[in-house]
Design a protein around this ligand. Structure first.
Ligand SMILES: *[C@@H]1O[C@H](CO)[C@@H](O)[C@H](O)[C@H]1NC(C)=O
Ligand SMILES: *[C@@H]1O[C@H](CO)[C@@H](O)[C@H](O)[C@H]1NC(C)=O
Length: 392
C-alpha cells in the first residue's frame, strides 16, 4: 500500500511528497510506501500508486448497463436519484432464477453483485460505490447570490460576509433538508425495496460532507454488523483552490463534533495542503484520487461502499474509475458498479502537473472572469495575495 500525502510548492515549482512510512494496515502488518517522485524535463512525475508494498497496483473499470447515470443520454442536471430508484435500470440479470419474480430489482441486483464476487477469482473484485455530493453549503448559496465571476475572483477569497461564513462552511437550512431527503429515501428503499445499505462509509474531512453524511445515514435501520461509523479521509476532500471553502478545520474540531467518526491515522491536526496561493491541478487531483481509492480498496474488503464528497472530487473519482462524466447536483447520490483488477507488477510512475498560482481581485467587485482569469475593476491586475481567513 502506498499512502502518500503530497503537496507542491507552486512558487518554486517543486514537487514534494511527504511519505507516511510505517503506516499500519488494518491487519496489523506495517507496510512501506513507494519511492518518491522524480523530475524529468521539468515535469514532476509522481510515484506510481502501488499496493502490497509497491509490488502490485489496482486498475479500475466502471461496468455500464446497470444504472441510468452510465448512459450518455441521461441529463445529470435534471436526474433525480429519488425519482428513479437510484438510477437502477429495470432489467434481468444472469443470476435471476424462479424466485426472482418475488424479489425487488435491488434484491436481485445486490444478489448479482455478490455472485460476481464469488466467481471472480483472486485478482478481480466487484464493488458497488455510492458516491454522494454534499448538500448545499453557505459557499454554494453565496456563489448563486453574487454570481460566479465575483465569487471566484473576490468573495471566495474571504471567509464570509459578516452574516454568513463560508470558510469550511456548514450546510444551509436548504442543504439540511436535501440531506434529510437522502435519509428518508434510504429509509424507504431499505423498507420497501430491501436494498442492501452500504457495508462501509467514507467521508471528506470538510464540514459540509461530515454534516451531509451524518444526516443521511445516522439513525437508518442498518444491520448491527455494518453500523454507520464513517472514516474521515483527507484524500476525499475537494480539489484544493485558494477559496476559503477548501480550507479544512482541525482534526480536534472534527473529533469534538463527530466523536463517533474514525479519523484516518495519517490525518494531520491542521490543514497541511491548503496554502491560499497555489491550487491543485486536475492531474494532481486525479493522482490523489487514485491514491485514496487504492488505499480504501486495498484495506477494506466491503462490497458496498459509500463515499460522501464534493462536485470536483466526485468528478475526479469518476474519471479515475472510468465512468462517463456525470456532474452531481448538490445532495445527489449515484451508485456505480466497478471492477477492480490487481496487477502483480510494480506500478509505473504517474505524471502530474505542478500546482499553479491563483490570483484574485483584492479591490472587490465588480469583476468579470473570462475562462478562469479574473478581470478586476479599475484596470487592477489580479494579485496572488493570501485570502482573508477567519481569525481562529
Ligand atoms: C451574505 O451571504 C449570504 C449567503 O449568500 C447572503 O444571504 C447575505 O445576504 C449576505 N449578506 C450580505 C450583507 O451581503
Ligand atoms: C449527527 O447525527 C446524530 C443523529 O441524528 C445527531 O444526534 C448529532 O447531533 C449529529 N451531529 C452533528 C455534529 O450534527
Amino acid at each position: 500500500m502506498n499512502v502518500a500525502q503530497y503537496f507542491l510548492n507552486g512558487a518554486a515549482n517543486v514537487l514534494s511528497v511527504a511519505m507516511i512510512s510505517g503506516f499500519v494496515m488494518s491487519n496489523g502488518q506495517a507496510t512501506t510506501t513507494a519511492s518518491g517522485p522524480t523530475t524529468t524535463g521539468g515535469m514532476p512525475v509522481a510515484s506510481g500508486v502501488g499496493v502490497n508494498a509497491g509490488k502490485a497496483y489496482l486498475t479500475f473499470e466502471t461496468i455500464p448497463g446497470f444504472f441510468l447515470q452510465d448512459d450518455p443520454t441521461t441529463n445529470p442536471a435534471t436526474f433525480d436519484y429519488t425519482a428513479s430508484n437510484f438510477g437502477l435500470i429495470d432489467r434481468s440479470y444472469p443470476t435471476d432464477d424462479d424466485s426472482s419474480s418475488r424479489k425487488t430489482q435491488w434484491q436481485r441486483f445486490n444478489y448479482y453483485v455478490d455472485q460476481l464476487n464469488h466467481g471472480s477469482g483472486h485478482n478481480v473484485q466487484y464493488r458497488l460505490l455510492f458516491i454522494g455530493r454534499h448538500s448545499e453549503g453557505y459557499h454554494n448559496a453565496e456563489e448563486s447570490f453574487v454570481g460566479t465571476p465575483a465569487w471566484n475572483c473576490y468573495w471566495a477569497e474571504l471567509y464570509g460576509n459578516g452574516t454568513a461564513v463560508w470558510e469550511d462552511p456548514s450546510l444551509t437550512p436548504f442543504g439540511e433538508s436535501q440531506a434529510m431527503k437522502a435519509h428518508n429515501y434510504w429509509q424507504q428503499l431499505i423498507e420497501t425495496q430491501k436494498i442492501t445499505p452500504p457495508d462501509a462509509y467514507y467521508v471528506s474531512p470538510l464540514a459540509r460532507c461530515l454534516e451531509t453524511a451524518n444526516i443521511t445515514y445516522a439513525g437508518l435501520p442498518l444491520k448491527s454488523r455494518h453500523p454507520f461509523i464513517p472514516t474521515v479521509k483527507e484524500g476525499f476532500r475537494e480539489g484544493i483552490s485558494i477559496h476559503t471553502c477548501d480550507r479544512r478545520s482541525s482534526k480536534s474540531w472534527i473529533a469534538a463534533n463527530y466523536p463517533d467518526f474514525i479519523i484516518e491515522p495519517s490525518f494531520s491536526e491542521t490543514d497541511q495542503l491548503w496554502n491560499g496561493i497555489t491550487a491543485e491541478t486536475s492531474s494532481a487531483q486525479a493522482y490523489r484520487s487514485k491514491l485514496v481509492l487504492s488505499d480504501v480498496f486495498d484495506n477494506d474488503q466491503s462490497t458496498i461502499i459509500s463515499i460522501t464528497t464534493h462536485s470536483g472530487e466526485a468528478a475526479s473519482l469518476l474519471g479515475v474509475l472510468g465512468h462517463i462524466p456525470f456532474s452531481l447536483v448538490t445532495g445527489a447520490i449515484i451508485p456505480t458498479l466497478i471492477k477492480i483488477t490487481t496487477v502483480r507488477e510494480k506500478p509505473t510512475p504517474t505524471t502530474t502537473q505542478p500546482w499553479t498560482t491563483q490570483s484574485w481581485c483584492t479591490n472587490g467587485p465588480p469583476v468579470a472572469s473570462v475562462s478562469g482569469i479574473c478581470t478586476c475593476s479599475g484596470g487592477m491586475l489580479p494579485v496572488a495575495a493570501s485570502p482573508i481567513i477567519s481569525p481562529r
